[in-house]
Design a protein around this ligand. Structure first.
Ligand code: SF4
Length: 363
């Protein structure tokens, strides 16, 4: 959905308010398109360059990742309590959703019902942000800067809208966004360093970990640990980090032992789903299609094992530098719940952030 031409047309249209949202992985990859070493953290330079290119507002998709973590974590705790629909399949990677829909539709109900951070952020910009700022949501044009082409297909799905308005109007891959910036002479190296726009601009460290495989699980485990153990809960869950395309971890939280599988690649997911007994032995399964997760996505600069390692390390450093590292502790997110969503799984949250994951072909 969308191309550089569509974005240029929107930027030239005075009737549109063009806003960008930036995926977690992009902050440690787009620098390579401007000659910087793999893993250079360019978050603030990128925001400055996007403003220079004409975007009126720039938001951080990682804030939506924090909200996804809270919604997903709450859904997981409910399923754990009821011992229903376990394992919970995380739902941030649209390629894995397409794969399960087509190859293993009987497992569709295992997916969390929360939209991906990309779609969640689009939805929040056009509802929460538009209402708070008294902007006509129909004039908003939301451009998502994303690590992959599949995100364009995700944005076209019919359920990814609210009140007849698409959550996201155009998706640019990292490489396309770099090309757009270059065409506008907005060189990342010379850009002013600025922060994301407020209300949807300050993410926790956990939300920014979504850019690599294992990050969604670590964010989820941090949330669950804080829910069950309070502020004394640990923050780091290095058990879910690593290089292998299939890794598993057993994590004790409160009185529960949780079994988590973290998967890179659809072949590994196929192997797991081919054995129902093994599949059902987990509580959580995180699936990312690309090697290393979104840092290795098809819309990213060329990936090598060394570059993937450097990007992954950079995202861990981004997380370590944040003072807030648990999604539910994020002040912006607390404000959003207090003034709009009210609580996880509320009527408002379900109407703008959740979708149905039912297999229509199954009995
Ligand atoms: S893992 Fe790959 S396919 Fe999935 S969302 Fe990330 S970049 Fe896209």
């Amino acid at each position: 959905m969308g191309s550089i031409e569509d974005v240029n047309a929107a930027l030239a249209d005075e009737g549109k308010m063009v806003m960008a949202q930036v995926a977690p992985a992009v902050r440690v990859t787009i620098g390579e398109e401007f000659g910087l070493p793999a893993g250079t953290i360019v978050t603030k330079k990128l925001v400055g360059a996007l403003r220079q290119a004409g975007f009126e507002k720039v938001f951080d998709t990682s804030v939506a990742a924090d909200i996804v973590t809270i919604e997903e974590g709450t859904e997981f705790l409910n399923r754990l309590e009821d011992q229903e629909d376990l394992p919970l399949l995380t739902s941030c990677c649209p390629a894995s959703v397409f794969f399960v829909e087509n190859t293993f539709p009987k497992f569709l109900h295992h997916f969390c019902t929360v939209k991906s951070p990309q779609q969640g952020m689009g939805s929040l910009i056009k509802t929460y942000y538009a209402r708070r700022m008294k902007i006509d949501a129909k004039k908003n044009f939301v451009v998502a800067v994303m690590p992959c082409i599949v995100k364009k297909m995700e944005a076209r799905r019919p359920e990814m809208e609210f009140d007849g308005v698409h959550n996201v109007d155009a998706v640019l891959t990292t490489k396309e966004a770099a090309a757009l910036l270059k065409s506008k002479k907005a060189d990342l190296n010379g850009a002013n360093e600025t922060g994301f726009d407020s209300l949807l601009g300050k993410a926790s460290g956990a939300g920014q970990l979504f850019g690599q495989t294992g990050g969604v699980s670590e964010a989820l485990l941090r949330f669950v640990a804080w829910k069950l153990e309070g502020k004394k809960a640990r923050v780091l869950f290095k058990e879910v980090r690593g290089k292998k395309g299939f890794r598993e971890a057993e994590v004790k939280i409160g009185s529960r032992m949780l079994k988590v599988a973290v998967i890179d690649g659809l072949n590994n997911l196929r192997d797991l789903m081919s054995s129902e007994e093994k599949f059902h032995s987990y509580d959580v399964v995180e699936i990312m299609t690309c090697p290393g997760g979104c840092i290795g996505g098809g819309g990213q600069p060329e990936s090598t094992p060394e570059k993937l390692e450097a990007r992954k390390k950079a995202l861990h450093n981004v997380d370590a530098m944040e003072t807030v590292r648990v999604a539910s502790e994020n002040p912006e997110v607390k404000e959003l719940y207090g003034s709009y969503l009210i609580e996880p799984g509320s009527k408002v949250a379900r109407s703008i952030l959740h979708v149905s994951r039912i297999c229509l072909k199954c009995d």
